[in-house]
Design a protein around this ligand. Structure first.
Ligand code: APR
Length: 262
C-alpha cells in the first residue's frame, strides 16, 4: 500500500471514529468544556509523564519525587534545577494543531471552559484565554513569605541557587502544584462548576490518574454531558465516556470542525 493510501486510510478511519452524533452535538452545543493533560502537548515535543508504559525520571529520581512538596522542603535548588530543565525544553516548542483547534473553539461556543493540568503555557501561546490552570504555570514563581507572583523570565538565578523575591527578599518557588500540595484556590471548584453546566466535555491527552483533575469528566457525566475522550491509549475514564477517539489530539481535534468526507 502506497504511503498516500496509508494516509488516506488513516484519515478515513479517524473520520469514521467521529460519529455523526458527535458531529451533530459539536455543531449544536452551547456549553463546552475541554480538560487537557500532557498528551495535548506531546505533538509539540513536550515529553509526557506517563503513557507508553514509561514514566519520566530525572537524575535517577522518578518525577513524582523531584516534583513533590517533600523535595521542596528538603532541596529547593534541586526543584528549581528540574523546572529550569523542563522550561529549557519548552522554550523552543510551539503549539500544535490540537492547541490551535481548542483555541478556536473558545469563539465558537457561547460558554467555553478550558481546564488544563499542563503548566507549559502552550494553550495560551495558541491564543486560548481564561485558561483554568489546575497545576499552575512553569513560567511563574511564587514567594514563600509574601506570596507575590513573578514571571520567571524576570528572575536572577545565582550559581544554581534559588531566586529571591524582589518584593520582600524571601525565597521563591516554582508556581506549580507539586505532588502532595493543594491546587490553587478556587481552580478546581471553578472547573467543577463549568463541568456541571457543560453539555459536551472533551478529555484530551490525560492518563486520568491524578486527582482531583480526573474527577472533572465524572462531574460532567453525572450532570448529563456527552463525554468524549481523545487519547491513543485507554485510560481509567474511557469506560465512562460516550465516545472514545483513539488517536493523536493534533490529528483528531482539527477534524471536528471539518465536514465529514462522504
Ligand atoms: N494526543 C492525545 N493524547 C496523547 C498523545 C497525543 N498525541 N500522546 C500521548 N497521549 C496520552 C497518553 O496516552 C497518556 O494517557 O496523554 C496521556 C499523558 O498522560 P500523563 O503523562 O500522565 O499526563 P497527565 O495526565 O497530564 O498527568 C497529570 O500528573 O505528572 C503530573 O502534574 C503532572 O499535570 C500532570 C499530572
Amino acid at each position: 500500500m502506497l504511503p498516500s493510501e496509508v494516509l488516506r486510510a488513516t484519515q478515513a478511519i479517524t473520520n469514521e471514529f467521529i460519529s455523526e452524533e458527535l458531529r451533530a452535538r459539536f455543531h449544536e452545543a452551547k456549553n463546552v468544556l475541554v480538560l487537557t493533560g500532557a498528551g495535548v502537548s506531546a505533538e509539540s515535543g513536550v515529553p509526557t509523564f506517563r503513557g507508553g508504559g514509561n514514566t519520566a525520571v530525572w537524575k535517577g529520581m522518578p518525577f513524582e519525587v523531584i516534583s513533590s512538596a517533600g523535595m521542596l522542603a528538603r532541596d529547593l535548588p534541586a526543584v528549581w534545577e528540574w523546572f529550569n530543565y523542563r522550561r529549557g525544553l519548552l522554550e523552543k516548542l510551539k503549539p500544535n494543531p490540537a492547541h490551535v483547534a481548542i483555541a478556536q473553539w473558545q469563539d465558537r461556543f457561547r460558554n467555553f471552559a478550558l481546564v488544563t493540568q499542563n503548566i507549559d503555557g502552550l494553550h495560551q501561546a495558541a491564543g486560548a484565554r481564561n485558561v483554568i490552570e489546575l497545576h499552575g504555570s512553569i513560567w511563574r514563581a511564587r514567594c514563600f513569605d509574601c506570596g507575590a507572583v513573578h514571571y520567571v523570565c524576570e528572575l536572577k538565578f545565582e550559581d544554581g541557587g534559588s531566586p529571591a523575591c524582589f518584593d520582600c527578599g524571601g525565597h521563591l518557588r516554582p508556581d506549580v502544584v507539586l505532588f502532595g500540595e493543594m491546587l490553587p484556590t478556587g481552580a478546581y471548584e471553578n472547573a467543577a462548576l463549568q463541568a456541571q453546566d457543560c453539555e459536551l466535555c472533551f478529555v484530551v491527552g490525560t492518563s486520568a490518574v491524578v486527582y482531583p483533575a480526573a474527577l472533572i469528566p465524572e462531574v460532567a457525566r453525572a450532570a448529563g454531558a456527552y463525554v468524549v475522550e481523545v487519547n491513543p491509549e485507554r485510560t481509567p475514564v474511557s469506560g465512562l465516556c460516550d465516545e472514545v477517539l483513539t488517536g493523536k489530539a493534533g490529528e483528531i481535534l482539527p477534524r471536528l470542525c471539518q465536514k465529514p468526507d462522504r
